[in-house]
Ligand binder design. Structure first.
Ligand code: ATP
Ligand code: MG
Ligand code: MG
Length: 406
């Protein structure tokens, strides 16, 4: 029941024979969104073959993958069928059928990062428990099972209180803020009720959000990318500044927390560590993604080895590349859907036209079949000689935009 998109008579298998790429390993990626698409772009430089498993016939990675199997990464028989054809299995989304990955690992299938890592990360509560056991600093948190529990948490942590669903969260969908005890019921309802599996976090009074991409090779070597600042709009990553404009001490401590967090997880690949910087200089961990990440898009243009190439090198067992920046500064702007349908495309294309006239800007468009409000449709990265310079260029690009520069 796997309907393949391409017209090849036989589907590729790992026993197809040598591929003569930089690695002969066929890399299987669960998920075919924009991250999968950019992995394919990096793979093409080295003639590494990528297969993607994604339910959407025209998902962003589809046109660029060596082979696209149409099916759900949350469907056990699909994942098993897919795994037979790949030399190594990796992910571009953590919401995959992890029980099947664990079973496949038992049978000798190579998963990078390890299924144990995906299991910990895909449940944000479990993730928090794991990192607190490893002495990683993070906001206080607590599971809530009913309104009484939520009230107790509110008494303990105060308001505003961040309520999160444990599973299937992305782009802030799965977060709700209660500003007072009275708002608890509506916040819980907005998340689908206690049956969804909820927990609360103490409000992190951050002055900045930071992120670090950390790469681990199969030989357990670990390399960290420069610390960046992420700016969110309505819980969605919107702007990334690289490097973060913080003191040397803060950069060091952020990198240390990220290094320590990733060291506590198993398997090769790149990981993104999202952090809060508080007013009194504390670094707290928000969450970790076991894959390339929005905060690392800029690395395509600004670093010697992009996070996408690095992820492939890591999972294929190649030496890791240099994560340092080859340009002094970069800024990344996410093109989010401003409107549904055609008028959304018109707005995005006006922005793209302005971006194309900036000399050191690069436009990425994910070719998503449908435009929706707040959906990540593409991004623009501007590199330059200082943060001030690229910020000015971004401001100029956005000057006619309804969304003003924060
Ligand atoms: P992603 O798309 O990064 O996976 P997500 O849906 O998993 O997002 P989180 O990263 O948990 O959501 O939260 C999204 C944003 O909400 C954070 O980047 C931050 O701006 C804010 N936020 C999250 N937790 C807290 C907290 N405890 N206190 C204050 N703000 C928070
Ligand atoms: Mg998340
Ligand atoms: Mg997040």
């Amino acid at each position: 029941r796997s309907s393949a998109r391409d017209t090849r008579e036989t589907s590729p298998r790992k026993d197809d024979g040598p591929t003569h790429g930089v690695s002969e390993m066929i890399v299987g990626v669960l998920g075919g969104g924009q991250l999968g698409r950019m992995l394919c772009q990096a793979a093409s430089k080295m003639a590494i073959k990528i297969m993607v498993l994604d339910p959407l016939e025209n998902c962003p990675a589809s046109a660029l993958a060596y082979y696209h199997m149409v099916g759900s990464f949350d469907d056990s028989s699909m994942v098993q069928e897919f795994a037979k054809r790949c030399g190594v299995l990796t992910v571009e989304i953590e919401h995959v059928d992890v029980a099947t990955l664990e079973m496949l690992e038992q049978q000798g299938v190579d998963c990078q990062p390890k299924a144990s890592t995906i299991r910990i990360i895909q449940d944000k509560y479990l993730q928090k428990v794991h990192f607190s056991q490893h002495a990683i600093p993070l906001p206080e948190f607590m599971q809530i099972d009913d309104l009484e529990g939520a009230k107790r948490a509110g008494d303990l942590f105060g308001y505003p209180l961040m309520i999160k669903s444990k599973r299937l969260a992305y782009d802030g969908r799965g977060n709700a803020v209660a500003n007072s005890e009275e708002e608890l019921p509506s916040a819980v309802t907005a998340l689908g009720g206690f049956d969804r599996g909820l927990y609360v976090e103490k409000w992190a009074p951050f002055v900045k959000e930071l992120a670090v991409i950390v790469a681990r090779g199969r030989d357990d070597s670990i390399l960290c990318y420069p610390v960046v600042e992420t700016i969110h709009r309505e819980n969605i990553c919107h702007i990334v500044k690289a490097p973060a404009n913080v003191t040397w001490d803060i950069r060091n401590r952020a990198t240390d927390v990220a290094y320590k967090a990733v060291s506590s997880l198993e398997g090769a690949g790149v990981f993104a560590v999202e952090l809060f910087l508080t007013g009194d200089g504390q670094i707290l961990l928000n969450e970790v993604a076991p894959r390339p990440h929005n905060s690392g898009h800029h690395t395509i243009e600004s670093c010697y080895t992009s996070q996408y190439e690095q992820h492939l090198r890591a999972v294929a067992g190649l030496p890791l590349g240099d994560p340092s920046m080859k340009s002094p500064a970069a800024i990344m702007y996410n093109i989010l859907g401003e409107d549904e349908g055609e008028s959304g495309f018109v707005l995005a294309h006006q922005l793209i036209k302005r971006a194309l006239s900036i000399p050191r800007a690069t436009v990425h468009w994910y070719d998503k079949p449908e435009m929706r409000k707040q959906r990540k449709m593409g991004h623009v990265t501007i590199v330059g000689s200082s943060l001030g310079e690229v910020e000015e260029q971004l401001k100029a690009m956005l000057k006619e935009e309804c969304s003003s520069y924060p």
